[in-house]
Design a protein around this ligand. Structure first.
Ligand code: NAD
Ligand code: IPM
Ligand code: MN
Length: 368
């Protein structure tokens, strides 16, 4: 069997900082667990713009299409705020998602016991939380046409279009139902069918897919605004939430705070299977480039580390090794190590990004 290829795109801001810890962890799995990866690195986002004048070159796009999995840090930053919209760093990431057709974005929000007091919500509300938001990632208002800023009479109008086809809804619904079957078997679908036609279609299609092929899964529907409220009120009522691109973006950032920090949330963006049977996939933390702390060694690398754990599970069929890595992270947190974003208690000194990486590697060593 050929060595699986892993394309690493560190990106901007804290992206390269957190990714350098993941590189060490990838090497550890190669050295200690015999899991060899053919790792290569390339530019995306502002880093690519600085060199090539575009946030994603065609060559990098081709390499991503050919890779067995892509691991991305984060893109964006104030340096690029004034660039033309078409070459903004975020366009590079959106192009990757769209052209790789990564329609199902799995965003787990899990509250580690050691962090139950670090959420902005009460311990009881978050302790033991383990939910997954399945965000549709390649359609909806992010990509719908018409879009743009147009002159209309004597003023301008900004337009984006929410658009979903039945097949787009159906395939992401299937991903959610399949995932729920491997978990607690419950799916809550969120839209705004009370005000949006795309929401009416969303609800109908999700229900139809359920009735035809997943009647064993418990399905409920909720308006997305009420869903946001319920996520804060009693998040443990959920198992899998399936929702559109924009609602999923908002709800997953909100869910991050149930876990203690945005620096904790990994994600997997999954598409259709490739010829070798592996799904097209890109793994990335939910957080961004965090310009406010970039370059200071403060970033929490756990979201990116756990994204690699998701790659082990979903792309490389190494569920046991993914669990080993997740357990190592859990141990480090249980032992009390905290990056600055996780510090609520008085008198604690935060550890740096690199020290957090050191500690995870030590915990991995002790798992052998
Ligand atoms: P952000 O996620 O970068 O930061 C929000 C807050 O969370 C900041 O205070 C930041 O310091 C903190 N934070 C985020 N990740 C952290 C980590 N790992 N450790 C410690 N603290 C962390 O969101 P933003 O400030 O709204 O956006 C900044 C830039 O990132 C923008 O250009 C935005 O478009 C981009 N962005 C990129 C992605 C991505 O690449 N997937 C995701 C979100 C935002
Ligand atoms: C995310 C980010 C992206 C999004 C941006 C950077 C394009 O917020 O991955 O959550 O809106 O999808
Ligand atoms: Mn987001």
């Amino acid at each position: 069997m050929t060595t699986p290829s892993l394309l690493i795109l560190p990106g901007d801001g804290i992206g390269p900082e957190v990714m350098s810890q993941v590189r060490r962890i990838i090497d550890w799995f190669g050295d200690k667990r015999g899991l060899a990866f053919d790792v290569s690195e390339d530019l995306v986002g502002g880093a690519a713009y600085d060199v090539h004048g575009t946030p994603l070159t065609d060559e990098t796009m081709e390499r991503a299409q050919a890779a067995d999995a892509v691991l991305l840090g984060a893109v964006g930053g104030p340096k690029y705020d004034d660039l033309d919209f078409s070459v903004k760093p975020e366009r590079g990431l959106l192009r990757l998602r769209k052209e790789m057709d990564l329609y199902a974005n799995l965003r787990p929000a899990q509250c580690f016991d050691a962090l139950a007091d670090f959420s902005s919500l009460k311990r009881d509300v978050v302790a033991g939380l383990d939910i997954v938001i399945v965000r549709e990632l390649t359609s909806g208002i992010y990509f719908g046409e018409p879009r743009g800023i147009f002159q209309e009479g004597n003023e301008r109008v900004g337009i984006n279009t929410q658009r979903y086809t039945e097949s787009e809804i159906e395939r992401v619904a299937r991903s959610a139902f399949e995932l729920a079957r491997r978990r607690s078997n419950r799916v809550c679908s969120m839209e705004k069918a009370n005000v949006m036609e795309s929401g009416i279609l969303w609800r109908e299609v999700v229900q139809k897919v359920h009735d035809e092929d997943y009647p064993d899964v418990e399905l409920s529907h909720m308006y997305a605004d009420a869903g946001a409220m319920q996520l804060c009120r009693w998040p443990k009522q959920f198992d899998v939430i399936v929702t559109d691109n924009l609602f999923g973006d908002l709800l997953s950032d909100a869910a991050a705070m149930l876990t203690g920090s945005l620096g904790m949330l990994p994600s997997a963006s999954i598409g259709a299977p490739m010829a070798n049977g592996r799904p097209k996939a890109l793994y990335e933390p939910v957080h961004g480039s965090a310009p406010d702390i970039a370059g200071q060694g403060k970033a929490n690398p756990i979201a990116c580390i756990l994204s690699f754990a998701m790659a082990l599970r979903y792309s490389f069929d190494q569920g046991d090794e993914a669990e080993r890595l997740e357990a190592a992270v859990e141990k480090v947190l249980a032992d009390g190590a905290r990056t600055a974003d996780l510090l609520g208690e008085e008198g604690k000194t935060p550890v740096s990004t690199t020290v957090m990486g050191d500690l995870v590697l030590e915990a991995l060593d002790s798992s052998l």
